[in-house]
Design a protein around this ligand. Structure first.
Ligand code: ATP
Length: 346
């Protein structure tokens, strides 16, 4: 799909994403990357400049929003303040001219599912943020849509409630077997809720894969550092070796390339103290500890290497006992990126 607003503003540049029935696809990326535009196009609230939208195999690119069997849950809940919770949830059925006799049963079922039964006669102003969000979800679910579209549904909740609601949503998606497209800028939400994660930046798809795959094998530098922390060390590839700027060869590449700038990526949790290398192929890095931050069960060590590269390492509490530390990382845990930031497989 391509979406252009005016002559210069390309919100989506040939983005292709897909999601199987019963799966959750999370769309993640920084502000302005085009997530909401993509979601609105799927809902039919916006129209793509080019491309095709298929739902259950049918071309819905130009179909009316009502015919798409999608339902949207908005960030700001968009509830009717003067209506009760029951009336808010029921509203799409009233609009759809579903007989009254059937409506009450369906509202009761959704209320049970979302633990709203005791709140059905309240007005939205009498509810907590999490309860309002559940009403918004109930109103979307009551139409039994083929695809549930959610735009940052947890972003108006405080941090603790967000975590609770995330788990609740996860359980709900599993229970319903719903097909969900979920927009978020939160990496944890994207990784925990998605069966598939699509990473967007500046209107372009960076990668779509399972959460495990995007984390373990990020397709480029952007994905590597947007989803989870990643130490990125610039250097060159020469004679088949990646070399840091001080010239030390630190990893051999299977496909030797001419001298080119490149970058090595190491996740902070993949660094261990050198005496725990356990015989696996690894590289060793020695550096000065600038700062040690207690994270609870682990410590985050801020380290400067002799090459002046800065690294962060997540280590068990008490591991760092001197100003200098020798760390190692298994070669299979290294990520390499070329000058354009594209992953190189070693
Ligand atoms: P956020 O996380 O901040 O909501 P987003 O990833 O959802 O961001 P979009 O809202 O899809 O991003 O916007 C993508 C780009 O399209 C932005 O550059 C935005 O300015 C532009 N854009 C979105 N809607 C319109 C519009 N109606 N008219 C013109 N430009 C728009």
């Amino acid at each position: 799909m391509t979406k252009t607003f005016g002559p210069t503003d390309q919100a989506l540049r040939q983005v292709t994403v897909s999601c199987q029935a019963g799966e959750t696809l999370t769309l993640v990326g920084p502000s302005g990357c085009g997530k909401t535009t993509l979601l609105r196009c799927i809902a039919g609230l916006d129209h793509p400049t080019g491309g095709t939208i298929r739902i259950n195999g049918r071309d819905m690119t130009h179909a009316d929003p009502q015919r798409r069997s999608t339902a949207m849950v908005f960030q700001n809940y968009a509830l009717y303040p003067a209506k009760t919770v029951a009336a808010n949830i029921e509203f799409p059925l009233v609009m759809g001219k579903v007989p009254r006799s059937e409506r009450a049963g369906r509202v009761a079922g959704i209320a049970r599912l979302l633990r709203l039964t005791s709140h059905l006669e309240k007005k939205p102003a009498q509810l907590s943020g999490g309860q309002k969000q559940r009403v918004g979800i109930g109103r979307a679910l009551i139409r039994q849509p083929s695809v549930l579209l959610m735009d940052e549904p947890l972003s108006n909740l405080d941090a603790a409630l967000r975590v609770d609601m995330r788990t609740e949503l996860h359980e709900l998606f599993q229970k319903l077997g719903a097909t969900v497209v979920y927009v978020t800028h939160d990496q944890t939400e994207a990784l925990t809720l998605g069966d598939q994660v699509a990473v967007l930046n500046e209107g372009q798809l960076q990668q779509q894969a399972t959460p495990r795959e995007v984390y373990a094998r990020p397709a480029n530098r952007f994905t590597a550092s947007f989803l989870g922390a990643m130490n990125l060390l610039d250097g060159t590839v020469q004679d088949g070796y990646f070399r840091t700027p001080d010239g030390s060869p630190i990893v051999e590449l299977r496909a030797p390339k001419a001298a080119a700038t490149a970058c090595i990526g190491i996740r902070p949790e993949d660094l261990r103290t050198a005496d725990t290398s356990a015989g696996r192929p690894h590289i060793t890095l020695t550096g000065r500890v600038r700062l040690l931050e207690l994270l609870g069960s682990e410590e985050l060590a801020h380290i400067t290497l002799a090459s002046d590269h800065k690294l962060k390492a997540r280590l068990p509490v008490g591991t760092v006992i001197a100003d200098t530390v020798r760390l190692c990382v298994d070669v299979e845990r290294l990520h390499l990126f070329d000058a354009e930031g594209i992953r190189i497989d070693t």
